[in-house]
Write a protein that binds this ligand. Structure first.
Ligand SMILES: Nc1nc2c(ncn2[C@@H]2O[C@H](COP(=O)(O)OP(=O)(O)OP(=O)(O)O)[C@@H](O)[C@H]2O)c(=O)[nH]1
Ligand SMILES: [Mg+2]
Length: 353
């Protein structure tokens, strides 16, 4: 059982762990995705979790910080962040000694949106190269867009790069009558397949992208966006790649990307020629001959080919509209974190007449 504010279980000594890669899941979506990721064999050595909800931590296996929060109030992101600030020391312990930290959260709720940028700032301060992984709300969650947009801006400011994964992209293969928990399960499987292939260590039948190349793509001005697709057609490499480009084009103009990583996961029957075709054709499909392409190949049991496409350097994305404040301010900064230390949140104050 997690005790509020405690990091459990006891952290092993970190002195000899300078090259550690840590993944931290925040809030409900973040903890579920990182917990699933921890079951894969990856370049990640340490898995950790932060949430205001003990139910999120109950299913995890690793280091956890339960942020104590009032049970009688609906949290806002600013309140969640203010509460997490009291656990700074324990959060710092989660990232201590890490060279690279991935901070994973679904944005749009209170916990992930509020705490992910804070955890990223603590990780950056500890000297780790910090990468945010932000899962953006479903199309039907319009009310969550504002928090998600503001949090994405904060996460970007506190990280070296942000990988943005759209929940609508991930639920593409779910049947129409899926329940919300079903949608989450299939979205998480899809997210972990792509992230897992990106972060995989060398294994038989795989060509890992390598952490340096991955970070080289992700640490760009702007966001890295993920497009995904599957194919079992005879020309599956071509069809899968085209589908992934279409999926990406729903998030941003593919012709403005500067870097891309293609992630191919198949049953091992993919020929070198097919891989070469994918890498060679990507520029044409993205209407972008200048895009710099890396690739990695992972293996799985199904004959279906899964193609994920991570691209960065976009001049604008669909998420720019989620944060109208940023556009209104035109690059000028305001202190919109100022209510972080009020547990009541600004909306609890009486309006001025
Ligand atoms: N892919 C995926 N998305 C999820 C999952 N759980 C929630 N989401 C989405 O992630 C976004 C944030 O939701 P939560 O993660 O539930 O929010 P939270 O960070 O726990 O914040 P609270 O409001 O305090 O519960 C929303 O768009 C949700 O639809 C999940 O397991 N997988
Ligand atoms: Mg939650």
């Amino acid at each position: 059982m997690f005790i509020p504010g405690d990091a459990l279980p006891a952290r092993p000594p970190m002195s000899d762990e300078k090259s550690k890669v840590t993944a931290i899941g925040i809030g409900s979506a973040g903890t579920r995705i990182v917990s699933l990721l921890s079951k894969k064999s990856l370049l990640v050595d340490r898995f950790a979790y932060v949430s205001c909800d003990s139910a999120d931590l109950a299913g995890t296996d690793g280091l956890g910080v339960l942020v104590d929060s009032p049970v009688d109030q609906k949290l806002t992101p600013a309140m969640a962040r203010g509460l997490a600030m009291r656990d700074r020391v324990r959060i710092k312990e989660l990232v201590e000694g890490s060279k690279v930290v991935f901070v994973v959260a679904g944005l749009g709720g209170a916990t992930g949106s509020g705490i992910a940028p804070y955890v990223a700032s603590v990780a950056q301060e500890s000297g780790a190269t910090t990468v945010g992984v932000a899962v953006m709300p479903f199309e039907f969650e319009k009310k969550m867009r504002f928090y998600a947009g503001v949090s994405l801006r904060h996460l970007r400011a506190q990280s070296r790069g942000v990988v943005v994964i759209d929940n609508d992209t991930l639920m593409r293969s779910s049947p129409d009558d899926s329940t919300l928990p079903d949608l989450y399960v299939s979205a998480n499987t899809e997210a972990v397949r792509s992230l897992g292939a990106l972060l995989s260590a060398a294994a038989e039948g795989s060509v890992p992208v390598g952490l340096n190349k991955l970070l080289g793509t992700v640490i760009r001005d702007g966001y890295s966006l993920l497009g995904v697709s599957t194919s079992d057609a005879p020309d599956k490499a071509e069809e899968g790649l085209a589908g992934a480009v279409v999926s990406l084009s729903k998030l941003a103009e593919t012709k403005t990307a500067t870097h891309a990583v293609v992630i191919l996961s198949g049953d091992g029957s993919l020929s070198g020629q097919e891989v070469g075709m994918v890498v060679g054709r990507l520029g044409t499909m993205m209407r972008n001959q200048g895009v710099d392409v890396e690739y990695c190949v992972g293996s799985h049991a199904s004959p279906q080919l899964q193609v994920s496409l991570l691209a960065s350097g976009f001049t604008s994305t669909k998420y720019d509209e989620y944060d109208p404040l940023d556009r209104l301010l035109g690059g000028r900064a305001i202190d919109d974190e100022m209510d972080a230390s009020f547990t009541e949140g600004l909306e609890a104050l009486s309006p001025c007449d």
